[in-house]
Structure formats: structure tokens, C-alpha cells
Write a protein that binds this ligand. Structure first.
Ligand SMILES: NC(=O)c1ccc[n+]([C@@H]2O[C@H](COP(=O)([O-])OP(=O)(O)OC[C@H]3O[C@@H](n4cnc5c(N)ncnc54)[C@H](OP(=O)(O)O)[C@@H]3O)[C@@H](O)[C@H]2O)c1
Length: 177
């Protein structure tokens, strides 16, 4: 069965965005390493579908650039009625059922983009297979957590061969759930 993989970056204190959703701290130029994309291009080759919470989708749409995943099947989750677009389909009802069925379909792996609320839904439902987490060397103090407050306790297994320390201080760890 295809896997659902959360590929995401977080501050060292576990936040994925500032309280207002801003991720400027993530794209600080001081973290640039020439010709290094922290495994992003290689990861993209392994997936054909994305899952996003509505707030993350809105954040993505706020970037001053074209929709970044036009060649992938993109699903956005919202409890309110939303109009599908050229690039994304909205999912409102029976979210867990929907994701379960998606996993059963043939295809490449599925990228859970986030954010913290959708991450909690997928983890609590037992549908998350792996996490590729890049810790950014910054303490934010407050913000949107990697998993929202309604997340249930869940033990992870480190995949020892898949961890990487970059010279800019990024630490990338891979867990199976
Ligand atoms: N650091 C990173 O790499 C990274 C990656 C991804 C996202 N982010 C950041 O994360 C922030 C957003 O995270 P977030 O936790 O606030 O929100 P989120 O998970 O992106 O979106 C939350 C919304 O998704 C919908 N939703 C969530 N669970 C649902 C369910 N079970 N059923 C139906 N709809 C559901 C609801 O939409 P409605 O309110 O419309 O009902 C909910 O308000 C953004 O600022 C984004 O930039 C950072």
C-alpha cells in the first residue's frame, strides 16, 4: 500500500509557523547552501498526491508565485463548502474514510504537507506512515504546533539510516509511525 509521509520543517521548539501563519524564519537566506535542496527534489519523485489543511492551502496561495504542485493530485480539507479549482479538490466529509480509500488506490506515496490540524487528524486516525522532519536551528517561543493540541500520544521509531545534519544547522530526521 502507498504510504502517507509528512515532509515538513519545524523550529527546534516544534512550531511550523509563527502564530499568524508566517514562515519567513524558514526561508532566511542565511540557511542557503548552493545546490542543496534538503532532499526536496528526490522526495517529490516519490509522491503523486498532496494533502493540505485549508489554512496551509491559503498560505500557499498567498505566495507570490504560481501554484507549486500543478502536476500532482492535490486535496485540501475544509469543513465548509469550497469550490474546486484547476489544481485542487476540496474534501469536506468523512475525511478519514476518504484518506483511507486514497491509500488503497494504486499510485506513488502521498505527501501530507500539513499543517498542524490536518497532521493531527491523520496521525490520530493511524494513517500516517512516516515523518521526514527538518529541524531548523531556531527557537520561536510561540506559534502553530507541528501537531495540534488534540493530538493523541503516539510513539515513533527513528529510521537510523535516514538522518542528515546539514552544515547550516538543519537536522533532518526520518521516523516511522
Ligand atoms: N513549516 C512547514 O514546513 C509548514 C508546512 C505546512 C504548513 N505550515 C504552516 O502551517 C500553518 C497552518 O497550520 P494549521 O494547523 O493552522 O492549519 P491546517 O491544518 O493547515 O488547516 C486547518 C484547517 O483545515 C481543515 N481541517 C483540518 N482538519 C480537518 C478535518 N479533520 N476535517 C475537515 N477539515 C479539516 C479546517 O478547515 P476549515 O476551517 O475551512 O473548516 C481547518 O481549519 C500555515 O501557517 C502554514 O504556513 C508550515
Amino acid at each position: 500500500m502507498r504510504k502517507i509521509i509528512l515532509y515538513i520543517a519545524a523550529s527546534t521548539d516544534g512550531f511550523i509557523a509563527r502564530p499568524d501563519g508566517n514562515i519567513d524564519w524558514l526561508h532566511d537566506k542565511k540557511y542557503n547552501i548552493p545546490d542543496e535542496d534538503f532532499g526536496y527534489t528526490a522526495f517529490l519523485q516519490t509522491i503523486d498526491t498532496t494533502l493540505m489543511g485549508r489554512k496551509t492551502y491559503q498560505q500557499v496561495m498567498g505566495f507570490d508565485m504560481p501554484f507549486p504542485y500543478p502536476d500532482l493530485k492535490n486535496y485540501v480539507f475544509s469543513r465548509s463548502e469550497q469550490q474546486d479549482t484547476e489544481h485542487v479538490s476540496f474534501v469536506k466529509n468523512a475525511v478519514v474514510d476518504f484518506i483511507e480509500k486514497l491509500k488503497e488506490q494504486p499510485g506513488k506515496d502521498i505527501w501530507l504537507i500539513g499543517g498542524g490540524q490536518l497532521n493531527a487528524t491523520v496521525l490520530n486516525a493511524g494513517l500516517l506512515d512516516e515523518i521526514i522532519l527538518t529541524y531548523i536551528p531556531i527557537v520561536l517561543g510561540k506559534g502553530i504546533p507541528l501537531f495540534s493540541a488534540d493530538t493523541e500520544e503516539h510513539k515513533l521509531k527513528l529510521i537510523p539510516t535516514e538522518n542528515k545534519l546539514y552544515r547550516n544547522g538543519f537536522l533532518q530526521v526520518r521516523y516511522s509511525c
